[in-house]
Design a protein around this ligand. Structure first.
Ligand code: PGA
Length: 255
């Protein structure tokens, strides 16, 4: 199908000026894969530094933006600012934002609109809790998240959209969804998007898996037909494991 594999690191609220500098200098000597789309979502105060120090082939993402373009919103970051810095996109709707900052599907929809209006890619996260998975509600829950956050988009906005399926029970827990579970849900999400936007648009969509992706499981997960790479938290903090993930994706791209 020819979709490009993506490996996007999400540093969350980790790293400081020194460790960020160390990360990028460790990457400096690496021969960065050109066939894989590499990205890092850095904390807002480290975006500028990261943009200056990252290899040319690595895109930098924000971890959140406000739904308004500007204004009196102390402590918030605007999509316009991310764009003017040189960021490629922004992660939106991460389960930690939904859980700790009460972000609703409707709010995330508004944020996607604002981000794409500023020519940013929106890396939209969705995924169920352990209770929902155990109750067999994972498909219907993710469908409702997508209906409420994405179905109101214009078809053209899909070109700026990446979806990351991140089951909450697999985030930061060391417990990874099996490759079969990741494939099942990424395929399901593609079908949900096809039902609204058409099969062609859905076939072009980049759909990532996220949740305890690491060098030891990435090959199996990234090789699934409907999984176009990963959104990676813990394993993206060290340059060495981030590069290893890129190499795994590169090898799969050339297979
Ligand atoms: P994890 O985080 O890889 O540390 O599980 C993934 C994410 O939250 O994006």
């Amino acid at each position: 199908m020819g979709r490009q594999l993506h490996v996007i690191g999400n540093w969350k609220m980790n790293h400081d000026v020194q460790s960020c500098t160390d990360f990028w200098s460790e990457l400096d000597g690496e021969d960065m894969p050109t066939t894989v789309a590499a990205g890092i979502a850095a904390p807002a105060p480290l975006l500028s530094d990261s943009l200056h120090k990252c290899p040319f082939s690595t895109k930098i993402y924000g971890q959140n933006c406000h739904q308004a373009l500007s204004g009196a919103y102390t402590g918030e970051t605007s999509a316009a600012l991310l764009q003017s810095l040189g960021c490629a996109g922004v992660v939106l709707g991460h389960s930690e934002r939904r859980q700790y900052f009460n972000e609703s599907d409707a709010l995330i929809h508004d944020k996607i609109n604002t981000a794409t209006s500023q020519n940013l890619q929106a890396v939209y996260c969705c995924g169920e809790s352990l209770e929902q998975r155990k109750a067999g509600e994972h498909k219907s829950f993710v469908r409702s998240q997508i209906e409420n956050s994405l179905f109101g988009l214009e078809p053209a906005q899909l070109q700026q959209l990446i979806i990351a399926y991140e089951p909450i029970w697999a985030i930061g827990t060391g417990e990874t969804a099996s490759a079969a579970q990741a494939e099942e849900m990424c395929a399901e999400i593609r079908q949900i998007m096809a039902s609204k936007f058409g099969q062609g648009a859905a076939d072009d969509l980049i759909i990532l898996y996220g949740g305890s992706v690491k060098p030891s499981n990435a090959h199996e997960i990234f090789s699934q037909e409907n999984v176009d790479g990963g959104l990676v938290g813990g394993a993206s903090l060290k340059a060495e494991s981030f590069v290893t993930l890129l190499r795994i994706a590169e090898e799969l791209m050339s297979a």
